[in-house]
Structure formats: C-alpha cells, structure tokens
Ligand binder design. Structure first.
Ligand SMILES: [Zn+2]
Ligand SMILES: [Zn+2]
Length: 270
C-alpha cells in the first residue's frame, strides 16, 4: 500500500494547546516523507475562558504565508483551520460563519469538542478532554452510553447546522477520553446514531476525517474507528481526509504507515 502523504490536520503555536513553531512541523513532515500538509489551528467557539482556543487570523495568515513560501520547493503547505462548533446558538453560528467566510482558508475541519450539560439551570458546553471540566461531564451523566449519545447528537446537529466544513473531524472523538474507572464505550450502542451522521455527510458531500491521534494517545485506534470508516464507504461516502492531529513535530504524519487496508481499497477505487 502506498503511504498517505498528506497530513491535513495539525496544530502549531497559534493553538492554545501547542507551542510548536510552524517550521518545525514542516521539517518533521519532510523527514516523514510527506508531500503536503495543512495547518489547522484551533478556533473553538463558546469556550468560557476568554481567548482560549482562539487566534488572530491576520497574524496566522501573515506568518504561515511566509512559511508556505519558504518551503515551496520541498513541501506543499496549506493554511486551514479546525473550527470547534457549538449547535443551537444563533450568535455563535453567525460568528463561525463569518470566520469561515472572511478568510481564505484552504481547508476547514468542523469538529465537536464540547457537549451540552445543564448546570445551575442553564446549558453549558464542556470538554471532557479538559481535566478541569472532567467532573462536569463524564460523571455528570449516568452512563458512558448516555454521554456518547449526547456527543453524537451534537455532532449531527453541527453537521446539519453548518455548511462550510470540508471535513468532519474525528467523528467519535469523545470516546478517547472515557475515564478508566467507567465501562468502555461501545460502537454497537450508537450504530444507528452514527449511521445518521454518516448518511448526512454523504448527502452534504462533507468528507470524514481519519484522525490518527489516538495511535499516539494510547487508544490504539483511529478516530473514528475503522468500522465507522467502512460503514461510511458502504453508505456511498467517498471523501476521506487524513490527519495526525499533531501538536508537536514528532507526531506529524504519525501512524500513516500503519493505516489499514481500507485506505488502499478506497485509493484503488475498488
Ligand atoms: Zn479536534
Ligand atoms: Zn486538532
């Protein structure tokens, strides 16, 4: 199988959770044998901490355009964004749409990082991957299944309510973060919900991302897991994007050489 040579999901120091210089990410990509990358730094909507997971797009384009030029003869560099979406909120939707429209992003990942919980009589969005929020999310719900149902429902709403996404980021993302003392997440419990997401993606022409971040986070799985990708293909989906979700140079293109044969099946058009 020919290795995937395009990593279209990575973060550099413009993301709140990365300190990586963009040049270091480019050097790592070249060392891994990649031909094309896309920076997709975080723009998450609705975080309660002001300024978290936001960056100044003007500064981002200024710096990355220079990086793009500097590497032009060795690596094709694209400038994209990962937008963390929140459904059912007209003000945030307008903000997201303006962000998507007002800058020349070459690629937009639409991701669901936060889920709604009722706290003190109002709906808050929380991220279980954030240790400060963990007690407000996983243990707030009666079961893992209940939380993951809310997660997939939120993913579906985001897919239906936003039209600017080129790909849907790590569709089962939240299952990465089930605490070890709780029963494991099971795909079977959510197969119908996931089918609704995949059918909507096929209908809208939105790609599904194969995110290899779980392979270095120790889950041993891509997100979404292989059977969800296979299901997407079975439902007629043909658009996949690939990304290692690197926040550090050593993770650029991580696991691309071990991606299973469904990729080969797809690339060969069979
Ligand atoms: Zn993400
Ligand atoms: Zn990411």
């Amino acid at each position: 199988m020919q290795m995937i040579q395009k990593d279209f999901h990575m973060h550099c120091r413009f993301s709140t959770d990365s300190e990586a210089p963009p040049e270091a990410m480019c050097e790592a990509a070249i060392a891994r044998g990649l031909t094309e990358i896309c920076f997709t730094d975080h723009q998450d909507l609705g975080f309660e901490e002001p300024g978290w997971f936001r960056f100044d797009p003007e500064a981002y384009f200024r710096e990355l355009e220079a990086v793009k030029r500097a590497y032009a003869d060795r690596l094709q560099v694209h400038i994209g964004v990962e937008i963390g979406l929140i459904p059912d909120n007209p003000a945030l939707a307008r903000e997201a749409e303006a962000l998507a429209r007002d800058y020349p992003w070459e690629f937009i990942i639409g991701s669901t990082h936060q889920i709604p919980v009722e706290l003190d009589g109002r709906t808050c969005y929380v991220d279980p991957a954030d240790p400060a929020d963990a007690a407000r999310s996983w243990y707030h719900f009666p079961t893992v299944k209940a939380l993951m149902s809310v997660y997939f429902e939120t993913v579906l709403k985001n897919l239906e309510q936003f039209d600017f996404c080129d790909t849907l980021g790590h569709v089962d993302y939240m299952c990465r973060y089930v605490p070890k003392d709780l029963p494991p997440y099971r795909y079977e419990d959510h197969a119908d919900q996931i089918d609704r997401i995949l059918r909507a993606a096929v209908r809208k022409g939105t790609a599904i991302e194969v995110n290899t971040g779980g392979l270095y986070k120790g889950t041993g799985k891509t997100n979404p897991e292989e059977r969800i990708i296979r299901r997407y293909l079975a439902l007629g989906g043909r658009k996949l994007s690939f990304g290692a979700d690197a926040h550090r140079p050593e993770h650029v293109g991580f696991g691309f050489d071990t991606l299973p044969d469904y990729v080969e099946t797809l690339l060969s058009g069979r």
